[in-house]
Design a protein around this ligand. Structure first.
Ligand code: R5P
Length: 311
């Protein structure tokens, strides 16, 4: 493994970046990030990167645009300072849901983000449980989406009630649900949903038998909590045992989401630290670190080894 690498932390999740650096036994790279009164941003690298492998850890969660521009500025600084390569470690990839045009005269913002990342000299992207795996196709550089399912399933193993079913909240998450189910030795149930408006969805079918069973809903992300609340309602209506558990890689848990989940009767929520979680510290919320997983991936990249079984 090459020793000549450096890890910079953006401001989106410095705790995770520090955890990754600790796992790899290196200090974080020195840098200064400043925001000016007019909203502009300045990034300065305070150590040389010439000829070195650079990793910039910066999830593009809320505030998405701020965090994205900061990542781009970091990469541009590295490229202009002659780094050998710049790997963007984007544990949560903002705009991943904007992967197609839902109507006329709309952008495909995920594709635009991919273009911007490549334009500033990012040479590799490492992310986790990206919303749509096809996002890789927007890039002409290596793009690896690691899976946090193993980490979360391990944390859930002792806590899950006997006989629980793993539930996918929509058809798109069925494969992820199957992976959890295989690791936890549980059956899979899939919900089918219909989008009623930009912010509302309705579950139309529960595929599988949940009568009398405890349920674990799994998803890539919890943003407003709306998807989980609708899923809980549908499961309870179909006879599931009240007190549903939830596991999601990205716990954005935007304003009020945690209260919404509590009111819906969610028993426990398991998320990772891909983004800083506003509701951290609240009872029934378990935040599991992906720092060891990300560090393992970077170690392999530095040794030119495959990430296959981490994805
Ligand atoms: C949707 O397809 C995603 O996988 C998530 O289910 C969704 O984005 C979560 O958002 P919210 O918590 O706002 O319902």
């Amino acid at each position: 493994m090459t020793e000549d690498f450096i890890i910079f932390a953006g401001t989106a999740n410095p705790e995770l970046a520090a955890g990754v650096a600790r796992e790899l036994g290196v200090p974080l790279g020195a840098c200064a990030i400043e925001r000016f009164p007019d909203g502009e941003l300045s990034v300065r690298l305070d150590e040389p990167v010439r000829g070195r492998e650079v990793f910039v850890v910066q999830p593009t969660g809320p505030p998405v645009n701020e965090n994205l521009v900061e990542l781009l500025a970091f990469a541009d600084a590295c490229r202009r300072a002659s780094s050998a390569r710049v790997t963007a470690v984007v544990p949560y990839f903002g705009y991943a849901r904007a992967d197609k045009r839902n109507g006329r005269r709309e952008p495909i913002t995920a594709s635009m983000v991919a273009d911007l990342m490549q334009a500033v000299g990012i040479t590799h992207v490492v992310t986790l449980d990206v919303h749509t795996p096809q996002l890789e196709g927007f890039f002409r550089i290596p793009f690896d989406s690691l899976s946090a399912v193993g980490v979360l399933a391990e944390a859930l193993r002792e806590k899950l009630p006997e006989g629980a079913a793993v539930v996918s909240p929509d058809a798109g998450r069925a494969r992820m649900a199957a992976e959890y189910a295989q690791r936890l030795g549980a059956p899979v149930v899939v919900l089918l949903k219909r989008r009623e408006s930009g912010t509302e969805t309705r579950v139309t079918h529960v595929v599988g038998d949940v009568r009398g069973r405890p349920c674990l809903i799994v998803d890539d992300m919890i943003s407003t909590g709306g998807t989980i609340v609708e899923s809980v309602k549908a499961l309870v209506a179909a006879g599931a045992r009240p007190g549903v558990s939830v596991a999601a890689t990205h716990g954005l848990l935007l304003d009020g989401a945690r209260d919404k989940l509590e009111r819906a009767g969610v028993r426990e929520v398991f998320v990772t630290d891909t983004v800083k979680t506003a509701a951290e510290g609240r009872a029934q919320l378990h935040v599991i670190s992906v720092a060891p997983l990300v560090a393992a991936a970077l170690r392999r990249l530095l040794s030119n080894e495959s990430l296959g079984d981490l994805c």
